[in-house]
Each structure stands twice: as structure tokens, then as C-alpha cells.
Design a protein around this ligand. Structure first.
Ligand SMILES: Cc1cc2nc3c(=O)[nH]c(=O)nc-3n(C[C@H](O)[C@H](O)[C@H](O)COP(=O)(O)O)c2cc1C
Ligand code: SF4
Length: 485
């Protein structure tokens, strides 16, 4: 992963832990309204893909165990990992693009409600993404896939060469010379692997996204509702389709790109269709970026504009993330696919302990605060979920007290200790396993390996409850914790 050049090392500092009485009187443990439902507390476990679904996208026992473990910590809400809305093969990504996924999703909803004794609301993050291929072998790419254009011929003075001779010549050129010869899109495919962009409107299926996506998202939301999941989070963040519509890099010229108003059009049309399909009594909101954190991407002003539009449209919550874009991803090895969390924007999304002078904790608080203020000034009370580096009570409570957010998310801290919120609430904060933000978990995610936390995956392997990874080396969920009575 990319590291800030300053390379300052930070240790987590959770501050002082509250007593059970202090927690009871805090904002963090007070209820909050999310559209038609009430969260018992303002604590939220954001979406995290743990790579436990089948290759066909079905819920497995491991998926159930994973969410059950979070539910035992009784947060206000848990968001199920990014779940694909199309009925297409997507590897071991969870899917909701057909009714055959319903039984597994129903079991998942029941499991979370049972384990949390009805205290946790369960949402599901619905995602669409565009095609991305692995980085090709350069010689093979030039030989088979490169389009030999007139511009390429002109650049190397090969106007009347046979195509094969052009390809042979290009194969022999040093990498830096290819820069001036091959156009930027083909260079990107050569160096990073081919991927589709939302502005590739010459491709019919990309051109038609505005016609296709509203129904796909709406059908997924209806399935979530049928499965007994308590709400939907539309994935408008990171490197995926909807975030790419919102991004300033979206140059579509069909009314869905260019200006802010045009970029937000499809996300609003998708939401309108979702709302129409699920009705007003079902919580629906989105996760989007407070900042793309890339050159030429959307910034916090864009995000504030989007937030007001989403609130005006009637979203029940707005959850903010940042970065995580493909544009600045590290070059993958030949045969590997680019991963959107390897560049600076990836760092902003999941900042690790080696950081800059600001440090890895709370980098999204100020932007979220600005966005929330814009929403409030526009007259909307839509709750804002703030996530990023929260690992203690003091920071969580101060976000709420200062009006920087309405709900506090903790992803890696909840992974490090699924009982994080419950331990703080019951005056057992000193027993919290505090996340070290070394991103071991994120490294596993990158390789699509079963995600675990280094603080617990090698301990108590023989406690009689631990289910182990296939190599027998790691437990798949955190050891149990018994709250005081
Ligand atoms: C293993 C892992 C998987 C993640 N998967 C998702 C995901 O499916 N959807 C999403 O919006 N964010 C995902 N994230 C990002 C987190 O939700 C969160 O925004 C990020 O980790 C920063 O919050 P934190 O500092 O509390 O961890 C993932 C993070 C991790 C560590
Ligand atoms: S592996 Fe555990 S300690 Fe390390 S960053 Fe992930 S959750 Fe935190």
C-alpha cells in the first residue's frame, strides 16, 4: 500500500474509557432515527468484505458466523459487505441479483437479529461495478490486443508497414518510448490491465447504464426487504460504477456526466427507483465519498452538493467514506488485477499507522462535518455516518458532541474487536482489543483471502469453538467474550 512520504509512525490512542454510567449518559449510546427506524445507539459497523461467500455469491455458514460475531457486540447497525446486484458471475462476492439468493440472505438477517437480541439493525450494501481485467503480458498485449491506429503508425513513421511489422517494432520499444506512441487508454490497458469507464459510451452496455441500473438496484432492494434485512445502503463510494458517475472524472456527454448536476443525476434516479420499489417505510441511503482524493477528482464541495441533493431526494442516511479509487492504484504485477486501495486515495480510505503529520485517525471527520453542515443549512436532518480510524470512546463521543456526525462507524476497530462497542458500553473498555491499523486485514482482502485480524486469528485455536481457515492456521472469527451481568 502507498505510504505518506513523511512516514511518521502512530500508535493507537483510545483515550480514557467510560464507566457504564458515563456510557449510559453519552450521545454515542443514545438512540437515533434513521428514516422510519430507530437505532438503539449511534454505533455502526460499516461494510467489510470478508471473502466468505461461495464462488456463486451465496451466503455460507462462514458468512453467518462472521456477522453473528459482530451482532453479539450489539452495535446500532451492521452493514453487510458490498453485495453484487447483477446476476453475473462475480467470484466469491456476495450477490443479491436473483431470488435464489433469498434463503441465504433471510438466514443472515435472522442470525443477526437473534444474536443481537433484536438490538442491531442490519443493512446491506448494494454494489455495481464495471469490468476490469488483469494486467497483460506486454508482448502478448501488443501482439494480440493493441489496436494499430493511424496515430501509432504516424508516430513511428510506419504508415505503409504491414500490421505485423508495426507490432514487432512496438514490442521491441523500451517502455518509456511507448509513451509517445500509444494513446493513453491503450497504455493504461497495457500497464494496468483493461478496464471500463463510465464514459465509454461507445460501448452499448455502458451507454445504457442509466436505463439499466435503476431497476437492478431497485430489484436488489426489494430482495433485501423480502429477506428481512432492515435497510439498504447504495454503494456510491470508492472505485465502483456509481462513484464513478459522481466523480469529476466523469466526462459523459449524454446528460449523465460533466457538471455536478449531471453527475448526480443517475445516483438520484437509482435512488428514486429504489424508493418507489421499497416504499417510505424502508430505510434506504447511500455510502459515498467526501473526497475522491485523486487529481482531478471530486472534492468536499462536490460531496456537500451531492449530500444536499441526496437528502432532498429523501435518503434516510448518508454514510461517508473517502478515496479508494482506481485512478492512482499501484501498477499490478503481470497477471494480477489493479486494486483500488493501493495508491494515495486507497490510503485515505483505510489509513494505516505509518502516516503524515495529520496521522491515520479521524481523517474523514472534518470533511464529514462540512458536508453535514451543508445538509443542515439546506434544512434537512438526514443523519450522517462518519467512519475512519475511530478506536476509542472520546473521539467517537466528540464527533457527536461537536455535531460533526450523527452516527459513528468503526470498521477495522470492530474487526479487531467485535465487542468494541459493547465493552465500552458496559464499562469494560480496558478489555478492548485495540486495532493497530497495520492493515494486515486489508492485505488479505486484497488477495481475496478469508479476512481475519492479526490480533486474534492465532489465539485460542483449540478453544472448542474456533473454525479454522483451510490451512488450519487461522481462526475465522474472534474468540467469544462474555459481558458482565
Ligand atoms: C477488510 C475490509 C473490507 C472492506 N470492505 C468494504 C466494503 O465492502 N464496502 C465499503 O464501503 N467499504 C469497505 N471497507 C472500508 C471500511 O468500511 C471503512 O470505510 C474503512 O476501513 C475505514 O474505516 P476504519 O478506519 O474504521 O477501518 C473495507 C475495509 C476493510 C478493512
Ligand atoms: S488486522 Fe486487526 S489490528 Fe490490523 S488493521 Fe486489521 S483490524 Fe486492525
Amino acid at each position: 500500500m502507498w505510504k505518506p512520504p513523511e512516514k511518521i509512525k502512530y500508535a493507537p490512542d483510545p483515550g480514557t474509557w467510560p464507566s457504564a454510567e458515563q456510557a449510559a449518559g453519552s450521545m454515542l449510546y443514545s438512540p437515533v432515527q434513521v428514516g422510519p427506524v430507530t437505532l438503539a445507539q449511534r454505533t455502526w459497523v460499516p461494510a467489510m468484505v470478508p471473502w466468505r461467500a461461495t464462488n456463486e455469491g451465496f451466503v455460507t455458514d462462514d458468512v453467518l458466523d462472521w456477522y453473528e460475531r459482530f451482532a453479539l457486540g450489539k452495535p446500532g447497525a451492521i452493514v453487510i459487505e458490498a453485495t453484487g446486484i447483477r446476476d453475473i458471475p462475480s467470484g466469491p462476492l456476495m450477490r443479491i441479483g436473483d431470488d435464489r439468493f433469498l434463503p441465504g440472505l433471510k438466514e443472515l438477517a435472522d442470525t443477526v437479529h437473534r444474536a443481537s437480541e433484536g438490538q442491531t439493525k442490519l443493512l446491506i450494501q448494494c454494489i455495481d461495478f464495471l469490468a476490469i481485467r488483469r494486467r497483460p503480458d506486454p508482448a502478448k498485449f501488443i501482439e494480440r490486443f493493441l489496436q494499430v491506429t493511424d496515430e501509432i503508425r504516424a508516430a513511428i513513421g510506419a504508415e505503409d508497414w504491414p500490421e505485423e511489422a508495426v507490432r514487432d517494432h512496438l514490442t521491441g520499444l523500451p517502455d518509456e518510448e511507448l509513451d509517445g506512441v500509444i494513446d493513453s487508454r491503450q497504455l493504461e490497458s497495457l500497464r494496468m490491465g483493461y478496464r471500463e469507464f463510465v464514459y465509454d459510451t461507445h460501448l452499448p452496455h455502458i451507454r445504457d447504464l442509466p436505463q439499466v441500473l435503476p431497476d437492478l438496484f431497485a430489484n436488489a432492494a426489494v430482495r433485501a426487504q423480502e429477506a428481512g434485512i432492515d435497510g439498504v445502503e447504495l454503494h456510491y463510494a470508492h472505485a465502483y460504477t456509481m462513484a464513478s458517475f459522481l466523480s469529476r472524472t466523469n466526462t459523459r456527454d449524454d446528460g449523465y456526466g460533466g457538471s455536478r448536476e449531471a453527475r448526480v443525476r443517475l445516483p438520484l434516479e437509482v435512488f428514486a427507483k429504489v424508493r418507489e420499489a421499497v416504499g417510505d417505510d424502508y430505510p434506504a441511503g447511500c455510502r459515498f465519498l467526501s473526497d475522491d482524493c485523486i487529481d482531478g477528482g471530486s472534492d468536499v464541495d462536490d460531496a456537500a452538493f451531492y449530500a444536499v441533493e441526496f437528502a432532498r431526494a429523501g435518503m434516510d442516511f448518508l454514510s461517508l467514506s473517502r478515496g479508494g479509487r482506481f485512478e492512482d492504484a499501484k501498477q499490478p504485477g503481470v497477471g494480477q488485477a489493479a486494486y483500488p486501495y493501493t495508491g494515495r486515495s486507497g490510503y485515505e480510505c483505510m489509513p494505516a499507522y505509518i502516516s503524515d503529520s495529520f496521522g491515520p485517525f479521524g481523517r474523514n471527520i472534518e470533511p464529514a462535518s462540512q458536508i453535514r453542515q451543508a445538509v443542515r443549512e439546506a434544512g434537512f436532518e438526514t443523519p450522517i455516518v462518519v467512519t475512519g480510524g475511530v478506536h476509542g470512546f472520546e473521539l467517537a463521543e466528540s464527533i457527536l458532541q461537536k455535531g460533526q456526525g450523527d452516527i459513528v462507524g468503526a470498521a477495522r476497530q470492530a474487526l479487531a474487536d467485535p465487542d468494541f462497542f459493547l465493552k465500552m458500553q458496559s464499562g469494560c473498555g480496558d478489555q478492548v482489543r485495540v486495532c493497530e491499523y497495520t492493515n494486515y486485514c486489508e492485505g488479505l482482502d486484497q488477495k481475496h483471502k478469508v479476512v481475519t485480524c492479526k490480533l486474534w486469528d492465532r489465539i485460542e485455536l483449540d478453544d472448542g469453538q474456533a473454525k479454522l481457515t483451510d490451512d488450519g492456521k487461522r481462526r475465522k472469527t474472534a474468540p467469544a467474550w462474555t459481558p458482565p451481568v
